[in-house]
Ligand binder design. Structure first.
Ligand code: GDP
Ligand code: MG
Length: 176
């Protein structure tokens, strides 16, 4: 049970542009390593070691660069991923509607049938009355799709740590 591969998880961030993926990542992580695959598709990952029940577990979290369009994401991004945080913006309903397409993408391109998926409604600090996705709507969609659910605010640092660490904890428990 001490092999290195048992303690390492690739986690990918997906979702529409400007929902807050990069800010969730930067909020969560401190040490940063950037890798440019090529000039058209920029992908970077950051690693952070978490302590889960006394075990050091390394999370390698992948983010696409700001200019990357949904369709341009390659299989390489999904390959080997243990988990995905599928992010929408609670103040922009269309980004929530599009999570359905992202789920299909994940199921078509992902190579891991046991991938842990968490639906993340970000910008919970900015929800306004007219334009919004309610917590109930988000949660019931997650239940329908059998994925985990969390609302976060990268701005207020609300639930960000919890979203990532819950996912890592689930991955760790699935593996033991
Ligand atoms: P990405 O394209 O999904 O990586 O989104 P970014 O992380 O670049 O964020 C897009 C915009 O949303 C930026 O202007 C951020 O400042 C803003 N943003 C990100 N997270 C939050 C949040 O939790 N609350 C609020 N109010 N704004 C946020
Ligand atoms: Mg980004």
């Amino acid at each position: 049970m001490n092999r290195e591969e048992d303690k390492f998880f690739k986690i990918i961030l997906i979702g529409d542009s400007a929902v807050g993926k990069s800010n969730l990542l930067s909020r969560f992580c401190h040490n940063k390593f950037t890798l440019q695959f090529n000039s058209t598709i920029g992908v970077e990952f950051t690693t952070k070691t978490l302590n889960i029940d006394g075990n050091p577990i390394m999370a390698q979290i992948w983010d696409t660069s700001g200019h990357t369009k949904a369709r341009a994401i390659t299989d390489a991004y999904y390959r080997g991923a243990s988990a995905a945080l599928l992010v929408y913006d609670v103040t922009r309903h269309m980004t929530f509607v599009n999570t359905q397409k992202w789920l299909e993408d994940l199921r078509n391109h992902g190579d891991n049938p046991n991938m842990v998926v968490m639906l993340v409604g970000n910008k919970s600090d900015a929800r306004r009355e007219s334009v919004m996705v309610s917590t109930e709507v988000g949660r019931s969609f997650a239940e329908k799709e059998s994925v985990y659910f969390m609302e976060t605010s990268a701005l207020r640092a609300s639930n960000v740590e919890k979203a990532f660490s819950d996912v890592v904890e689930i991955l760790h428990k699935n593996k033991v």
